[in-house]
Write a protein that binds this ligand. Structure first.
Ligand SMILES: [Cu+2]
Length: 132
């Protein structure tokens, strides 16, 4: 093997090493991204139910007076105060209520504290308790 031959061979070895290095970059990039995603799921403050929902659910506490009870549809109407957590002004509106809340224990005119969970303009009452 003469010098010229040797240099050619060496150059081609270097070239293929460079090519594999170049090919390896997008792979390791994808792997790094995957690791980043799984790290995100472990971030404190992000609970699993929020992560698995496509919509981001928000919870908020509110107070109000019951103005109507719709037992057949398990809905309740509140004249409620402002709810800063979801940027709502005071208003009178109807909400769906989770099945675990017993509407039979409530009556029109009751002043209550209640908890909402939902997103956008769709919130469901999660709990109701007498206002102090
Ligand atoms: Cu409202």
């Amino acid at each position: 093997m003469n010098d010229a031959h040797y240099r050619t061979l060496r150059a081609s070895v270097l070239a293929s090493a460079l090519i594999s290095a170049t090919l390896a970059v997008p792979m390791s990039g994808a792997l790094a991204q995957g690791a980043g995603m799984s790290d995100m799921k472990k971030m404190p403050g992000m609970n699993d139910s929020k992560m698995s929902n496509t919509k981001k659910a928000t919870t908020a506490d509110a107070t109000g007076t019951i103005t109507a009870l719709n037992a057949a549809n398990h809905k309740i109407t509140f004249d409620h105060g402002p709810i800063p957590a979801i940027d709502w002004p005071a208003m009178k509106m109807e909400f769906a209520v989770v099945p675990s809340v017993d509407l039979a224990k409530l009556k029109t005119g009751d002043k209550v504290k209640f908890t909402l969970s939902g997103s956008g303009n769709t919130y469901t009452v999660q709990s109701i308790s007498p206002a102090p």
